[in-house]
Design a protein around this ligand. Structure first.
Ligand SMILES: [Zn+2]
Length: 447
């Protein structure tokens, strides 16, 4: 057969990923968490169109009007193998346009980057997945295993209207699936190589995520006139509980993913670490240390406070909101500690709670992710890490699906990637999207 010069398919997928990322950013899917946003329907319909155009038959499902998610399955060669879920979320956190240097929903391309809300969280990965899927559909090839491609609503508010809804209402769409891949992993950090002193890249593969406990503390006391001494002031009781909880020294705990990350970084930079001497190693991580620091212990941060209605009335009740994040296996212990510290006059209400996850950092899928990354970036390293936040993998875990974070991006050394998440002037390098699309294309063929 004569080889005629033609544009390779990969270029098509890469170009498409860049275009789709921009078009998705231009569809405002701000999620305010109270149902007042525009919803994800327009973005979901856009995704439906892209998938139908290449002959796929995706499903669209809504939890509430406008809160739409899209799911489609592609068949693998071996139906006996567990299916893989590749998923992204279509919603974004809101953007305060006045704070930005560009219109957050214009998806301007500037300095080799696409600027806009969702550029890294996570319309970039949505676009890379859609482009990869379109390429797969056009090629007519079958990957080794079944793949369920899902684009969920509502991740930024906990996912009850998105992944939570889909998993509860349509578990059959995920039948036979054993593993999942989604966001906040697979990005590169640059470290100095011990042997050469030259910068070397390490990709952080998300193998664990902390659990969430959003608590509300209610202090009760005796209401009364502001001029009369009161030993049972609810505000004082609450303030004392807040001070006790805030002062609590949550012990450092090194879970397997964190230890492996530190061992790996130490090996690359030619240093050592110990539980008492972490500072140097954390410093080597640059901006990514902010992702890592939150995974060294359980945390409890106060975020809202309410009490009182008139200057001369001592209120009967005072309340505070507490955002707790716990490491795998720490849920009960954290809740017991908070209850004890809150004391007898303060009731602890659980507003929202979700599991912590830890997946194996070895195995076929992990090897496949490593292999495809290193093929595109030879000489780089891949290390596991734990995410201090949460992802839709929590919802999929209810179906027994093991989740990873792997949205592959080769990043410039000086980009504050962690700061992009929910940050002002969120942006993603165009080259990183092209890189990620190549990696995902190979992963699909290799998984
Ligand atoms: Zn996200």
């Amino acid at each position: 057969m004569t080889q005629t010069p033609s544009t390779p398919m990969t270029t098509t997928a890469e170009d498409e990923a860049v275009r789709i990322c921009k078009e998705l950013i231009r569809i405002d899917t701000s999620n305010y968490g109270d149902g007042t946003g525009p919803g994800e329907r327009a973005a979901a319909e856009y995704v439906m169109g892209l998938l139908q155009e290449v002959g796929l038959d995706p499903q669209l499902t809504e939890s509430d009007p406008g809160r739409a998610s899209v799911v489609v399955r592609t068949e693998g060669r071996d139906p006996g193998r567990g299916g893989l879920v590749l998923h992204g979320h279509l919603d974004v956190v809101p953007a305060e346009a006045a704070d930005w240097s560009v219109d957050p929903f214009a998806a301007e391309e500037r300095d080799g980057m696409i600027w806009g809300r969702g550029a890294v969280d996570m319309k970039d990965m949505d676009a890379m997945l859609i482009a990869t899927l379109r390429q797969l559909a056009r090629s007519g090839e079958k990957p080794p295993r079944d793949i369920v491609w899902a684009f969920f609503a509502d991740e930024e508010a906990g996912g009850d209207k998105g992944a939570g809804h889909v998993v509860a209402q349509h578990p059959e769409w995920f039948e036979g699936c054993t593993e999942a891949i989604s966001e906040v992993g697979g990005f590169s950090v640059t470290l100095p190589d011990a042997a050469t002193g030259a910068p070397t890249r390490a990709y952080l593969l998300q193998t664990a995520e902390k659990g969430i406990a959003w608590l509300r503390l209610h202090a009760r006391g005796r209401a009364g006139h502001g001029s009369v001494p009161n030993e049972e002031n609810s505000i004082v009781r609450l303030a004392e509980a807040i001070a006790r909880i805030d002062a609590h020294p949550w012990p450092r705990t090194y879970i397997a993913s964190v230890r492996e990350l530190f061992d790996g970084v130490a090996q690359i930079v030619g240093s050592t670490w110990s539980e008492d001497n972490l500072e140097e190693l954390l410093g080597r991580l640059g901006g990514a240390r902010r992702f890592v620091e939150g995974t060294l212990r359980d945390t409890a941060n106060f975020s809202m406070l309410t009490s009182g209605y008139k200057h001369n009335v001592i209120p009967q009740k005072a309340s505070a909101s507490l955002d707790c994040r716990f490491l795998p296996g720490h849920e009960e212990e954290l809740l017991a500690t908070i209850r004890e510290l809150a004391g007898e006059h303060v009731e602890v209400e659980i507003v929202h709670k979700d599991v912590a996850l830890e997946a194996p950092s070895s195995g076929e899928l992990v090897e496949s992710m490593k292999r495809t990354l290193l093929k595109e970036d030879p000489g780089a390293h891949v290390l596991p890490y734990c995410l201090s936040g949460g992802t839709d993998n929590k919802h999929l875990s209810r179906l027994g699906i093991t989740g990873y974070g792997f949205a592959p991006l080769r990043l410039p050394d000086d980009l504050d990637f962690v700061g992009m998440f929910h940050g002002v002037d969120e942006r993603v390098p165009v080259d990183s999207i092209r890189f990620g699309t190549r990696v995902l294309g190979q992963l699909v063929a290799d998984c």
